[in-house]
Design a protein around this ligand. Sequence first.
Ligand code: DLL
Length: 436
Amino acid sequence: MIFDIDNETLPREDLEALQLRRLRTTVERCYETVKFYREAMDELEVKPHHIQSLADVKLLPFTKKEQLRDNYPFGMFAVPTDQVVRLHGSSGTSGKPVVVGYTKRDVANWGELGARSLSAAGLTPSDRLQNAYGYGLFTGGMGLHIAAETLGVMVIPMSGGQTQKQVMLLEDFATTALSCTPSYALNIAEEAENLGIDVRKMPLRVGIFGAEPWSEEMRYELESRLGIDAIDIYGLSEIMGPGVGIECIEAKKGLHVWEDHFLVECVDVDTGEPLPPGEEGEIVITTLTKEAFPMLRFRTRDISVIDKAPCKCGRTHARIRRITGRSDYMLIIRGVNVFPTQVEAVLMRTETLSPFYQIEVFREGFMDSLRVNVEASPPLYAKGQEYMDRVSAKVRNDIKDFIGINAEVKIHPTGAIERSMGKAVRVLDHRKKKAN
Ligand code: DLL
């Protein structure tokens, strides 16, 4: 069902006219109220009135994550802090988070877009959503929570962790939808199997999975083990949180980005030049309605492709292809670009392996090397070392064939690889930190 039929099916011409109006207002507000934007625009000698068409967005400066950090905590806010009713933070690996503020209207818009997203994933008020994204500064928990409440779905605010209890409540509450990272969903599936509980026989029917890259092969794995439709949801704290985009259940082919609220571009990672539709590059987002934390041309570092072709679901909003990785997580192994999701795809196609893995990168002299750590399924492990060596040689060959790199493949006993409660750590990089 389409939650907001008028806006979600706007003819593209009207949608783009609306985007232009909102873009101009946003740029004016940013210029007038945020010192950082004013200085960055002055430096490029661009003024708000220069924005006459959507293509003029390229005149505006980019905003990078480092610059948000430099303005910690509230330097990027475009409203006085007494109008801010909510703070969230980006999941920074270390140091200070990027702090994002929301006005009352921002929170309400987030709820609306979240409701659109859940509805696109096939949820209706008769569903029950078990929300296993973490609650806290991370936007996942609160984001899905307000999405469900706005759509009128019963939400079970479990947060991440307590995996046995997650399984128990899925059963006891007859939960129909589960939201969490795909890696945590796998963890829940495993826990249920260990408890001898068949989730496929439960009412659970949809998974709302995102916050980390995952492959199409992972989708099949989750769909078959949990007996659900697994839907990809995208978002980032700097822009809003979950619900910037989502797949529709009708097509499951690309994520609709809510273009009346976000202007999305795809640019060349190295040059920053806009790319024609259909070409792969870095997604750049400008917010069109945010009050407290408007964002001009945020470099997401997420690699994707924009597709403006009509979708069979009837929504007119453009789609971005499943995000396979971030430009800063791309490994360059002896000149070959590798995303962890490519390795994931190969591993998942190997039936005797269990889908838990972690990649290590080493540097010896000037050479980078890769070790793929993966778990044997219990039947494979039972067959002994010699048999496992054969499987690891096969996987090594497959990685060479499909990705073009040599990697050591180490098969571990079941349970050896750390289980994720939220975003999985897929890569352990033992090289000295690259200058970036
Ligand atoms: O991960 C927001 C979110 C919560 C999205 C729950 C979906 C569900 P951050 O912690 O700021 O926010 O991380 C944002 O996560 O730039 C991507 O690199 C990655 N990411 C998010 N969704 C996806 C996805 C949340 N569906 C960063 N596929 C983004 C691939 C994703 N990567």
